[in-house]
Design a protein around this ligand. Sequence first.
Ligand SMILES: CC(C)=CCC/C(C)=C/CC/C(C)=C/C=C/C(C)=C/C=C/C=C(C)/C=C/C=C(C)/C=C/C=C(C)/C=C/CC(C)(C)O
Ligand SMILES: C[S@@+](CC[C@H](N)C(=O)[O-])C[C@H]1O[C@@H](n2cnc3c(N)ncnc32)[C@H](O)[C@@H]1O
Length: 378
Amino acid sequence: MVIENLQSANTHPPEWKRRWINRRNRIFANPAFQKWASALWPFSRVARKHASHLFDLVAGFTYSQTLLAAVEADLLGLLAQGPSDADAIAAHCDLSRDGALRLVRAAAALGLAEEVSPGWWMLGERGAPLHANAGAQAMIRHHKLLYADLADPLALLRADRKAQTQLSRFWQYGVQGNDEKASAYSDLMAVSQAMVAEQTLAAHDFSRCRSILDIGGGHGAFVSAVAVQHPNARLGIFDLPPVLEGTAKRLESAGLNGRVTLHPGDFFHTPLPTGYDCITLNRILHDHDDDAALALLKSTHKALKPGARLVIAEPMADTPGAQGMGDAYFGLYLWAMNSGRPRSIREIGAMLQEAGFQSWQSATTRQPVIASLIVSLA
Ligand SMILES: CC(C)=CCC/C(C)=C/CC/C(C)=C/C=C/C(C)=C/C=C/C=C(C)/C=C/C=C(C)/C=C/C=C(C)/C=C/CC(C)(C)O
Ligand SMILES: C[S@@+](CC[C@H](N)C(=O)[O-])C[C@H]1O[C@@H](n2cnc3c(N)ncnc32)[C@H](O)[C@@H]1O
């Protein structure tokens, strides 16, 4: 498996690098250096930044819980209506006046709210785009499952993906057709898919694709977005039968049922439909461990004619400026899901090569924290 080659090649750090990293760490760990650096510009700015980032790592859970409380209590919805004082917040969020003040001050400290005059708050610079982002808010509410699974992170990691976690149950329902739970899963994916579809359609020009098949397309959020931009493209969705039952209803209400062909099946056991000149994998590969992901890429390659394209869109590991989103967030999220992992562009490229694709290239998205793109030719 190419990925193991990438990881298991003789990658032990050279002597010079080991010495340099050890020397740097000894300096950074030295209390006298920390004191000196914190007192002397420009080092003091760097020292303060490191201390502040480290504090955020320590305090991060309280920030997330403030965010969860602000979303669940609809604090953002209230502040979006205009200046609100503690009494209005207490009434709207079902809190005591003190509780309301504590929450809104915490939200203001995180940029979600802003005290526009003493005792009066409105949406803050970060609260405004978040309040407008239904997908992000759905994910924030969904995180209660993730936080429960991560209550004892070492126990979760030591369970080696054999624990029945809240996330793995939620995900299994989604793909094993427990109707209302499959629908809840697919609805969550659909409402959060808008963020990914926006990135994909802005980063890649699909106008030369006459036919596009979205594998694991769920309730059709991506295909619906493509249908608007490319009214002449023939569209298809491949997904599990119980999921596609919900998809048919949603496409009908969107007036798209005649436009989209539904292909029910299991992409690990059902041959993929042929005849499309573009296949998309939106947030699919990272759900699966390496062997399964490679098998899916091989099936995808088999379903495409030479020169046809595969577009992969998902959050990826080692994304410049968004490293935490990759191996720290999705790494643990997918671990708790008992399946999958975030991969770097380089790792996915190696898998594409092993699956038989002739070439691949990454396409930069405007918000890599949401998704990165790889376009490959069969
Ligand atoms: C002075 C002025 C006016 C401007 C100058 C300064 C300036 C340019 C300000 C910019 C303000 C602005 C426009 C900010 C925009 C902010 C945006 C776009 C924020 C977006 C936030 C998105 C978030 C928080 C998304 C979160 C998504 C999450 C958590 C997704 C999770 C997905 C999961 C768990 C997927 C699971 C699927 C599975 C199972 C893994 O396959
Ligand atoms: C994380 S969701 C992504 C959905 C959508 N592409 C998006 O970005 O919102 C994974 C999708 O893959 C589908 N899926 C999972 N396992 C599958 C399988 N073995 N065969 C077909 N579809 C599968 C799920 O039903 C779900 O719609």
